[in-house]
Design a binder for this molecule. Structure first.
Ligand code: GDP
Length: 317
């Protein structure tokens, strides 16, 4: 296959497919652009949860049992911080904390998030490009009945309990990072892949950057999404709750397709949601029904090949 693949990813769900794409594509043919709307400052550290999920997955360091963070993690620093009376609502493992330290001081020394991310991925032996969506600031905020909350306060601190009346992006229109802008403008761009990430919390922030939605809509290459729903439900995380709160809890993949609209022309859905396929095709979408729940690298690689096949770029394995 020739041509470059641009993948848009959030954290854990997106990272699984990103790892599959990295397993089947050579480094020069893949750019993974990662949501930074969830990034925040905590205990003096700059934490980029989605970038770290993708980096850990591509480096083979992710904890597949816990489902997030680094494998073989320990929690000594967190325990000591708690003794010191510091905030303990956000769990930071020791190895994970080293990533935040390695990133934070470099940012403070004047490197951009793109530069720092390239440094960290390089050090961990990841040959593929993993780039933040922006080097600027675009922060996801959750509007509840009573207040507008920082994303991590809502997600981790409040465990997503308050009803999300609206999701806002403070800093919408921020410029895409140089690596993202470059990938969008590549003459050899062959397809855009929307990973099975949360459309509202992980993909929408990327689309809210200056010019991104318009540029994607104008591209003449296949735009393929993998649905984050399995059996009509999110595998984990707040997507199911957000769909319920929008009155779309029963819509299944029609809600995903409706949300992305003309941004995608192909959707891969799980076999358990086979019944959704007809309605999706009536909307004009091309649909692949397959096994989209990824348990490990074999599933990730197979699904990545099916995504490329859906884009007309490779035969399915
Ligand atoms: P977060 O930022 O860490 O929440 O991660 P993402 O937004 O990238 O991913 C969250 C979404 O991934 C959830 O809505 C899950 O339903 C979806 N997800 C997680 N694992 C899988 C999987 O193996 N297959 C599919 N199709 N979706 C998944």
């Amino acid at each position: 296959m020739t041509g470059h693949i641009l993948a848009l990813s959030g954290g854990v769900g997106g990272a699984k497919l990103a790892a599959g794409l990295a397993a089947v594509l050579p480094p020069e043919q893949l750019t993974v652009v990662v949501n930074t709307g969830d990034d925040f400052e905590h205990l003096g550290l700059t934490i980029c949860p989605d970038i770290d999920s993708v980096v850990y997955a591509l480096a083979g360091l992710n904890d597949t049992v816990r489902g997030w963070g680094v494998a073989e993690e320990s929690w000594q620093a967190m325990a000591m911080l708690k003794r010191l009376g510091e905030a303990d609502w956000f769990n930071l493992g020791d190895r994970d904390m080293a990533m935040h330290l390695g990133r934070s001081w470099r940012l403070r020394a004047g490197e951009s998030l793109s530069e720092v991310t390239a440094r960290l991925t390089g050090a961990l032996g990841i040959p593929h490009r993993v780039v933040p969506m922006t080097d600027g600031r675009l922060s996801t905020l959750i509007e509840t009945d009573n207040e507008i909350m920082d994303f991590q306060r809502w997600f981790v601190g409040e465990q997503c309990r308050p009803v999300a009346k609206a999701i806002r992006f403070d800093g919408a229109g921020a410029p895409p990072s140089p690596g993202f802008a470059e990938a969008l403008a590549r003459p050899d761009l062959a397809a855009v892949v929307l990973c099975p990430s949360n459309p509202f919390l992980s993909v929408d922030p990327i689309l809210a950057l200056g010019g991104v939605r318009e540029t994607l809509l104008a591209l003449k290459v296949p735009r393929v999404a993998v649905s984050p729903l399995i059996g009509g439900k999110a595998v984990k995380g707040p997507l199911g709750k957000l769909l319920e709160e929008r009155g779309q809890g029963q819509e299944g993949n029609a809600a995903i397709a409706g949300h992305y609209g003309k941004l995608i022309d192909h959707l891969l859905i799980d076999r358990s949601d086979d019944a959704d396929a007809g309605g999706l095709r009536e909307r004009g979408l091309s649909v692949t029904v397959t096994d989209t729940l990824m348990h490990g690298l074999a599933d990730q690689t197979r699904l990545a090949r099916e995504v490329l096949a859906a884009a007309g770029l490779q035969q399915p394995a």
